[in-house]
Design a protein around this ligand. Structure first.
Ligand code: SF4
Ligand code: SF4
Length: 85
């Protein structure tokens, strides 16, 4: 995992990358509930209200499906998918 100066948590996953904008995450947990792999956990980094921000527990479990990005009401998650050649 890497953290940028802007507070973006980035994790490389087998099919792409998971990015979490900590200044947008309010810790509602909706993404955790909807992840089909149940792979999101609370991280040690804080979000916009001083609540924990989410992160994949094991990058190998994240399939870069993008559901967490779709359900986040605050656009705090960006999923990058690798192009398959
Ligand atoms: S990333 Fe979005 S859906 Fe997940 S806890 Fe943060 S605000 Fe809620
Ligand atoms: S991209 Fe899919 S598998 Fe990965 S954390 Fe989000 S919902 Fe879970």
């Amino acid at each position: 995992m890497s953290t940028s100066a802007e507070g973006v948590l980035s994790v490389e996953v087998p099919r792409g990358a998971f990015h979490l904008f900590t200044n947008l995450c309010k810790g509602c947990g909706l993404c955790k509930e909807k992840c089909p792999k149940d792979c999101l956990i609370w991280s040690e980094c804080l979000g916009s209200f001083g609540t924990p921000a989410v992160i994949p527990d094991d990058p190998q479990n994240c399939i870069a499906c993008g559901i967490c990005q779709q359900v986040c009401p605050d656009c705090a998650i960006l999923i990058e998918r690798k192009r398959v050649k």
